[in-house]
Design a binder for this molecule. Structure first.
Ligand SMILES: [Zn+2]
Length: 204
């Protein structure tokens, strides 16, 4: 039986690198994969951006409100090769909607194609993203990708900085770029920076 996998971690835990490695492993054995990401993630345009410098274009973008299953099959059947798709890999899966995650589960269970979703568990106010929450609920397999806080402990939260200063108010989604950056922190360092706040003001 094909399964839905959720591999999650704080920012900078190497999720995109792990995704590209998984794609490579499939392809090395002669399998065809499709790579997708939600259009919400504008970083890298239509690409997967890995911090190790390996980048790759996605096969399709998942638009808000779009059926993931339909998008997957229309891309799979418009294929450049005769061989069927062996695996769907999704980057930035936290930006999927709840129903798109349900579609990912159907692709695994009904269509028999394994789906590997990579994403961040929580936003900058420590609340789950909608896609991550649903993945935590329904994925067959959960695997944490670890990264280290500046103090050496395991980082679990993603603190947001605007122009270099920590902020604890704002929209749930702000893609990192020139002004907005993120630092992966352990719980203790997060509480120190937030003055004890733990995400009581999530504006979605
Ligand atoms: Zn720390």
């Amino acid at each position: 039986m094909a399964k839905l996998y959720f591999r999650y971690g704080a920012m900078n835990s190497g999720k995109s690198t792990a995704l590209l490695q998984a794609a490579y492993n499939y392809e090395e054995r002669g399998h065809r994969v499709l790579i997708a990401k939600p259009a919400t993630d504008t970083k890298g345009d239509h690409g997967i951006v890995s911090r190790l410098g390996v980048n790759r274009a996605v096969d399709f973008l998942i638009e808000p409100g779009q059926s993931l299953r339909e998008a997957f099959w229309s891309r799979a059947e418009a294929a450049p090769g005769p061989e069927p798709v062996s695996c769907l890999l999704i980057d930035e899966a936290q930006f999927l909607s709840r129903s798109q995650v349900d579609d990912a589960l159907r692709i695994a269970l009904v269509d028999g194609i394994p789906v590997l979703a990579y994403g961040i568990r929580t936003d900058f106010l420590t609340a789950a993203f909608p896609g991550s929450r649903r993945l935590l609920e329904v994925a067959h397999s959960l695997e944490e990708l670890k990264t280290i806080c500046r103090c050496g402990r395991k980082a679990i939260f993603n603190a947001r900085l605007v122009n270099g200063f920590f902020v604890f108010d704002g929209d749930q989604v702000a893609i990192d770029g020139d002004h907005v950056t993120y630092e992966s922190l352990c719980g203790a360092c997060y509480l120190e920076e937030s003055d004890g706040r733990l995400g009581d003001h999530v504006s979605v």
